[in-house]
Design a protein around this ligand. Sequence first.
Ligand code: SAM
Ligand code: MD0
Ligand code: SF4
Length: 362
Amino acid sequence: MKEAAIRLDLDEILEKAAGGVKLDRQEVVFLLSRTEEKDTEKIFSRARETRNHYFDDKIFLYGFVYFSTYCRNDCTFCFYRRSNAVSARYRKTHEEILETAEKLTASGVHLLDLTMGEDPFYFNEGHFEDLLEITRAVKERSGLPVMISPGVVPREILEEFSKVGVDWYACYQETHNRDLYAKMRLNQDYDERLNLKYYAHELGMLSEEGLLAGIGETTEDLAHSFEVMDELSADQVRVMSFVPQEGTPLEKLQILPRLREMLVIALMRLLFPDRLIPASLDVDGIAGLKQRLNSGANVITSIIPPDQGLMGVSQSTLDIREGGRTVNGTIPILNELGLKPASAGDYANWVRERKKLYLPVL
Ligand code: SAM
Ligand code: MD0
Ligand code: SF4
């Protein structure tokens, strides 16, 4: 270990990354293990330069529509796990979803993310048709690119989603350490979940992969996760710090400093310079936006209209009613950092160009 510390040089590694040379696992672990501010600031600053090189000062904005909080699964980290009696459950009607989508669109978001728990109403009671119908309507009326985050749906349903014009399939492993995965996503097949993202690409859709920070992963696990993300050629890559949830098995888990998440964002930027990387408002609300953008993120996610009775995931209520998680709420922070919202056209172009990598087989 001592020898490694002597041989590895921060400036050299950052130079290498900036020059587009792939970092090896040891170098990634070294960067992820930095704790001194003078070192971490060098990493963040390089990540910002890289983002600005690829995306200029333009930031993409995602509207978040968590339209059903029912779930058949029991993920240990999640507030909405089936056996949690304290979480608020709702399933929005088509009209409510369309109204929310309209409000978000009018407020200036660039994409709508339709998210749900693995709601038994859709999964077990044969209402997938409803889901496709509402997705089609949202896509048509908003004219915006659409992401779906429905959990692990049957392959035929993913095919149907691609046919109604869904642009993105988001589904996160959280970790690529299979043992840790099995402890987090109880009774959920690792490969089935991962393979569905490959299948999304085969269908011509883009895919998002994501990690949780602070659930017991090691820095080696994270370096391995980056390799899996690379192999998948995930078009958007994310990390969110684990937020302990009332009524769940991990309620009392000791949390890590936010530095872990920020370094993962920065590493993602250095390793996947041209990809989309979220700064989620769902972890620390609007107060946490600046540090995530300063770590190299180029997308703001979890923008939620204040008056629709909608919830967040890891922060179910933080800043929502107050209107903090809105496009307007983000503008002063963007201004302060010399950044600005992209145009809808900029975002649609990015999606169109990126999709050229995946020619649909169906
Ligand atoms: N149910 C779908 C699924 O699991 O794929 C989609 C929605 S799920 C609620 C979205 C994501 O929220 C999870 O994949 C996880 O990354 C994140 N999440 C859930 N609980 C969290 C927590 N306690 N802290 C941080 N992130 C959390
Ligand atoms: C977010 N709360 O973007 C949302 C959610 C699901 N695709 C995204 C985790 O932070
Ligand atoms: Fe359900 Fe998704 Fe929460 Fe797991 S993370 S319990 S699948 S809503």
